[in-house]
Design a protein. Sequence first.
Length: 468
Amino acid sequence: MHAGPRAGRADTVNCHVPNGPIPSMPANNSSAPKVGFVSLGCPKALVDSERILTQLRLEGYQVSATYEDADVVVVNTCGFIDSAKQESLDAIGEALKENGKVIVTGCMGKDAGEITRVHPKVLAVTGPQQYEEVVGAVHRVVPPKKDHDPFIDLVPPQGIKLTPRHYAYLKISEGCNHRCTFCIIPSMRGDLVSRPAGSVLEEAERLVKAGVKELLVISQDTSAYGVDLKYKTDFWNGRPVKSKMYDLCDALGDMGVWVRLHYVYPYPHVDDIMPLMQQGRILPYLDIPFQHASPRILQLMKRPGSAEKTIERIKAWRREVPGLTLRSTFIVGFPGETESEFAELLDFLEEAEIDRAGAFIYSPVEGAAANALPDPVDPDVAQERLEAFMDVQARVSARKLERKIGHTLTVLVDEVDEEGAICRSAADAPEIDGNVYVDDAAGLKPGDFVDVKIVDSDDHDLWGEPVA
């Protein structure tokens, strides 16, 4: 029987375990210049990496799976919190040691001086979304072949994907209009810039035609999609579609695949998409970073809402969509957080029954307004609170998963090995949520949908048997 991969999770907001060197991709010309690529951080950064690699492949570059075979290495960094910055610096150092020719891009690239102070031998540093600058830097270090023929070295119409074939991240906007005091994303990625609805839907359609079974909608603030465009009407296959969250979700619901929403800010109009979930047009899943439950701490964070009103909305959502899964992220040890305010957060977790939650200890990232707040929480106390948070969340999760025993769920197969299949239900986003383990995987392959009867559960994962 498969063992669950992890007993608890202490996630960082919009960050995850680095993806590491990107696997090599086939090309017809073995003499083409080769680029190594290390992609760190969140799914939004992964989409940036895919865009850069697609452009390089269009120009005839190959992608190397090892440092040794690469003519140059690009490191796409994360700079959201101090631990992510250190992880990025370590990855740059490893690439320099193993290869020697390194170009740096991504969120941490916003402050080139910080990178070059530690690693003065990097060849170039660019910030996030500066795709042309990254490609230009690669050209300077390793010029493309003059005789490259894009009609021979084919790139698939959906572009280069770094996720498995059956799911893909769909970035609908960049930047953020909020000024949360713990966050420096707007200073790195700027204010909200939405993609027109037609462009998003055309990309989604290409991905689905290429075999994608699940679209994961991502941005810095999915709920604000289109506000900068004044919800302008665009066109997709001759159909008018407003560049607005509801209209985009409604159109994506026509594609016949799972559609999962991430980074949803709890604006009132989120209520409007509940019917789409109830009708099965998009998954009954919301990733909403609530961050805390204490009204005073939320105010210090410049975040909206209060725990009582939030719980009222959650209960209303679940009345309309009984199977709704809520994932969220929270900060513990925020400056000034008292024991009673932390207790409010734990009470909220229990009452709201947050299905999936991650937390991280407040980190005074350079440039964040919250650094100026008084009464910092002792690091040992903050660590104790993080552990207490994860204990409560594990208890809530275990209780909710146990209720699924005996029920039949449709799951999506991610992997198949000698022990069986590793799958996900509608309640599970890849990498950050749980899994459904199926021992009898005869005939199953990644990307298959299969109905399974749930027979067991633990704190985070489920076990099932295929329904005959």
